[in-house]
Design a protein around this ligand. Structure first.
Ligand SMILES: [Zn+2]
Length: 1017
């Protein structure tokens, strides 16, 4: 037989796009259109509806970047359209080649209630169905002139000003700037259902045909059937012939899937970035628009299920659109709207601190429980840039059983070997995990996507099902009726996997039952991509780091003051401040990958959070210190220091340990020596010797210099704020020339300049300390450069140990395998340790997450292990001014350090003592005798019962046995989950003659204890 394959495929494409689809809304009349341009920030609907409008015509240009225009559209349904479904179709200037990322609209009725949204691929408004004819109607469309970032005409990932916060927004002035959009269409139309159904039939069978292998018989059968269906279509009169064409296709659509066909659980979804190429306020509007679409769709498609993650987004909706939120609750009650994810936002998980990640779970799960009566059991993080290895335990402690992401499919080096597996954390907890093999969280249920799912699924054989989230995210408006039409046709179709719309929980239960012995992946899920996000936007990262530690102190001292002094506990403020900090851990804010507007606003917010938390800490400490003319020193760190117990205070006895003064060594070098360690700084301002005097050991390799600042070009191939590409190491400039090296009281000051940037560093050493402190002030004006601080160490270490939330991970320093080599930039929280048997060193920091560790063997046979901190980057997209200006950050080199020392010093650097006037010392509410057990949180219970809540963990990676000593009278201690709810099998410990419960902890085990006090707090 002669092949007609190409001819028929081309014919299908043209007839479908140029004749069938346009015929869906073929009969059309113009609408009356008027406009009102809102000044400044978005206004409530009532205000906009009452505003003065003026007539405009199709073709009207509107919308300077970030402004809002309201369109009033009105018309009348002609009498002869009675009995038809009538829709208005509006094209605000959409770019249909992308589903979102530009203008969007929200449609209101004259009473202000919301109908649905308008998005590039979802541009219709329901008017009447069926129409009686003669209906008059008016709608108001709140149209957001969101710019694409970069703007049309600007190069991909080139610096752009599109993401700057416009000055006019802050006042009441009219929007300034050129209009970005043109109103292209405003018509009243008849929706021809039969033609629309034909379009879906042709689409699904055509897609399936293309997805099938060339040799498959079904492919050729579909080609033949499609050709006959196209013969039945009169391209001059599609509506009259649609039914006949559909009749030809019916048998092909009725052929059932094979018995062993792969099963896809399709879940409606819209990944809405809580800020990114738009500010927070626009994310809230995107949520309203998408939710209005999906609740509208649910009215007409009872089988449609939509999963929404990020409690914060629903909290916005509750506040800003109460009527729409009520609809969400209705749809949740009917099982169509599914709150998922268990988190406050979808945060970055590399950088977010341990206690903060716990609170993401607490506030996320609590919101869903209180608002929807739902106990969420899955973690939904499709887009976050890698996953730290304490997560499995934290999930389990919050009652989360399942984890979903697909991001690891973005790896640029190694393909992850599983799609369904058990993820095991550092403590041994395992969580059943699934990566949708479609490799997307914005699925459309196309034939190509389903075929890729089946081909790509790594676990076929033992397992036969996968999950596919479908729907346009980020302003695309979520799932469309066309996607639901696909799902319906793909439920049981020969040649295709079976598609069933169902909740994620149903998928996970079935996947788990099918594959209980799935393979195990131990340790972090490192994303081999976006490594620059550990460093970009330092001020945002510091804001988070400071806030996390201040929240810890605020809770600790407020609880202590409540118990000891009866001071009211600031429940409301702490709840609000936690949620603010959790919001900013979103996976494009904390990683530094948002537009300038987002980061400048975050800096302002962090400053306000800092001020309020400092006030709370100060008020509690002053209440505790009482009257008196002495000074009381408070220690919020989890280890005693300077004679002050952890979580307690003591009167200041004399001055704090002084810093040692530098002494010239006669060779133009300055020496800091406290009898324990000795550091030598040369005329270049570099540390050329670092001696652990007790061990009699020089820490630096011969001829090497530490605290060497190194500048690299940093111009990744794409994703500037996200990516640090491996070739950045190919060129380096050592900043080894000092403008000035000066002995100052208690330290050495080094000044350097390069380009138009300046650095001032103060190197100091306290009496009794083993840590060289380096306090750095930078005025940074580089572009597309990364600044590293290098510490070459004479240590043969084949792995490094980095702090992560509630523990640490060991990573190879070598590049034996492609997996090791790909981890050329790694995350550490407060410390990174390298060592050999009997001796080690650590770098501790108060601001830095990105690190790298490399190794070399010297001619003398020794091994140099070089630890480097990534201090600053200067990416230019999406924020062209990222990281410009002044910064201050601190880090230190700790000699002769074990991992236990590193844990302690990391906390100490980030939790300085606070001195307060007064005369009364306070004993810690709780304490543990074993250094390995670290108390992470001391607070009053969120339920305002006055119970004390203590969270602690084993920090050294071994077994620990200790007593939790409670210094105030107590009745019971009960073990709880992260949400402070008693664990199902928890046996309360009753107060007897013992000081507190005896705890045995496994390596890295986290425990939460709820202490009922004998006298109310
Ligand atoms: Zn995202």
């Amino acid at each position: 037989m002669h092949s007609k394959q190409r001819l028929t495929e081309q014919r299908l494409a043209r007839v479908l796009s140029q004749r069938v689809r346009p015929a869906v809304h073929a009969r059309a009349l113009p609408l009356t259109v008027e406009i009102w341009n809102a000044p400044g920030e978005p206004v409530p609907a009532a205000q906009a509806i009452a505003a003065p409008y003026r007539p405009v015509a199709v073709g009207h240009r509107w919308g300077p970047a970030w402004s809002t225009s309201w369109f009033r559209i009105s018309g009348e349904v002609p009498a002869h359209w009675a009995g038809q479904r009538i829709e208005a179709v509006l094209d605000l200037g959409f770019d249909v080649t992308g589903p979102g990322f530009s203008t969007e609209g929200l449609v209101h009725r004259p009473d202000g209630s919301v109908v649905k949204a308008l998005n590039p691929r979802n541009a219709w408004i329901p008017v009447a169905d069926p129409a009686s004819g003669g209906e008059r109607f008016t709608y108001y469309v709140e149209a957001a002139a969101n710019p694409t970032v970069p703007l049309p005409g600007e190069a991909h990932h080139a610096p752009t000003r599109a993401g700057d916060r416009p000055a006019w927004l802050t006042g009441a002035a009219a929007a300034d700037g050129d209009p970005l959009y043109r109103l292209r269409r405003a018509e009243l139309t008849v929706f021809d259902r039969e033609v629309w159904e034909l379009a879906q039939d042709l689409d699904v069978l055509g897609e399936l045909m293309h997805a099938l292998p060339e040799g498959a018989e079904r492919r050729w059968q579909l080609l033949h059937t499609l050709e006959r269906a196209l013969d039945a279509v009169d391209v001059q009169d599609v509506p009259a012939t649609a039914a006949a064409a559909r009749a030809v296709l019916r048998p092909a659509l009725a052929a059932p899937a094979t018995a062993g066909a792969h099963r896809i659980s399709a879940v409606g979804h819209a990944h809405i970035d809580t800020a990114w190429l738009w500010p927070l306020r626009e994310a809230a509007r995107k949520v309203a628009r998408t939710v209005s679409n999906v609740t509208h769709l649910m009215d007409h498609h009872p089988g449609f299920r939509f999963a929404m993650s990020q409690a914060q987004q629903l909290a916005w909706l509750k506040e800003q659109h109460p009527a729409l939120y009520a609809r969400v609750r209705e749809k949740a009650a009917s099982g169509q709207f599914l709150p998922v994810g268990s988190l406050w936002v979808e945060p970055d998980t590399n950088i977010t601190g341990g206690e903060a990640f716990a609170r993401q779970l607490v506030h996320g799960k609590r919101f869903y429980a209180q608002e929807f009566g739902v106990e969420t059991e899955e973690l939904w993080l499709p887009d976050t840039f890698g996953y730290q290895a304490a997560m499995p335990q934290l999930l389990k402690l919050a009652g989360v059983r399942w984890f979903l992401t697909q991001k690891i499919s973005w790896n640029t080096t190694n393909k992850f070997p599983h799609h369904t597996f058990w993820w095991e954390g550092i403590d041994g907890t395992r969580i059943f995990t699934h990566f949708p093999p479609a490799d997307t969280y914005n699925g459309e249920l196309t034939g190509a996507e389903l075929a890729h799912t089946v081909r790509n699924f790594q676990d076929k054989g033992p397992a036969n099902r996968s999950l596919l989230p479908f729907g346009y995210g980020d302003g695309g408006g979520g799932p469309t009726r066309e996607m639901l039409a696909r799902a319906e046709r793909l439920a049981d179709l020969e040649g295709s996997p079976r598609v069933e719309i169902e909740p994620p929980a149903a998928f996970f239960a079935r996947a788990h039952a099918e594959y209980p012995d799935a393979p195990v992946w131990l340790g972090e899920l490192y994303l081999e991509f976006h490594r620059g996000t550990l460093t970009s936007q330092l001020r945002t990262k510091q804001g988070n780091r400071r806030s996390e530690h201040l929240l810890r102190e605020a809770e600790l001292w407020s609880a202590t003051a409540a118990v000891h002094r009866g001071l009211p506990y600031p429940y409301e403020a702490l709840d609000r401040l936690w949620k603010t900090v959790l919001l900013h851990q979103f996976h494009d804010i904390l990683p530094g990958s948002s537009i300038a507007w987002v980061h400048r606003q975050a800096e302002e917010t962090y400053a306000a959070v800092h001020a309020e938390l400092t006030g709370i800490v100060d008020a509690a400490q002053r209440a505790l210190a009482g009257p008196g003319d002495g000074t009381v020193v408070f220690n919020g760190a989890p280890h005693a220091r300077g004679g002050v117990p952890a979580f307690g205070s003591a009167p200041r006895a004399g001055e704090p340990a002084p810093e040692v003064d530098p002494v010239p060594d006669g060779d133009g070098r300055l020496v800091l020596d406290n009898g324990l360690v000795r550091f030598t700084v040369d005329a270049r301002g570099l540390v050329v010797s670092a001696v652990d005097l007790a061990a009699g050991r020089e820490a630096l390799p011969p001829g090497a210099a530490a605290n060497l600042l190194q500048l690299h070009q940093d111009f990744p191939n794409e994703y500037d704020a996200w990516d640090l590409d491996a070739f950045y190491r190919n060129t380096v400039r050592d900043l080894d020339v000092a403008d000035e090296v000066t002995a100052v009281p208690g330290g050495v000051e080094v000044r350097r300049s390069f380009g138009s940037s300046r650095i001032r560093q103060r190197l100091s050493l306290r009496e009794g300390a083993r840590r060289l402190d380096i306090d750095t002030e930078i005025d940074w004006h580089e572009r597309e450069r990364i600044l590293k601080a290098a510490f070459p160490l004479d240590v043969r270490a084949d792995h490094s140990t980095a702090e992560i939330p509630f523990g640490h991970v060991r990573r190879p320093t070598h590049t034996n395998t492609s997996w090791d080599a790909a981890r050329f930039e790694i995350c550490a929280h407060r410390f990174l340790h390298v060592g050999e048997r009997g001796w080690g060193a650590a770098l501790v920091n108060d601001s830095t997450y990105g690190h790298d560790v490399t190794r070399d063997v010297r001619p003398d046979g020794g091994t140099t292990t070089t630890v480097r901190l990534s201090l600053l980057r200067a990416p230019r997209f999406p924020d062209p001014d990222a990281d410009q200006g002044t910064h201050r950050l601190r880090y230190g080199l700790l000699l002769g350090a074990s991992v236990a020392d590193a844990v302690r010093e990391g906390y100490a650097l980030n939790l300085a003592e606070r001195a307060v006037p007064g005369g009364t010392a306070v004993a810690p509410l709780v304490s543990v005798a074993d250094d390995a057990v670290v108390i992470e949180a001391v607070k009053l219970a969120d339920d305002a019962s006055g119970d004390l809540v203590v969270r602690l963990y084993e920090a050294h990676g071994g077994r620990a046995r200790t007593t939790l000593a409670v210094s105030v009278p107590w009745r019971t201690v009960t073990e709880t989950d992260l949400l402070e709810r008693p664990l199902p099998d928890a046996e309360p410990v009753h107060a007897a003659d013992r000081p507190g419960p005896v705890l045995t902890l496994r390596p890295f085990e986290i425990r939460t204890l709820r202490i009922a006090l004998a006298t109310g707090a």
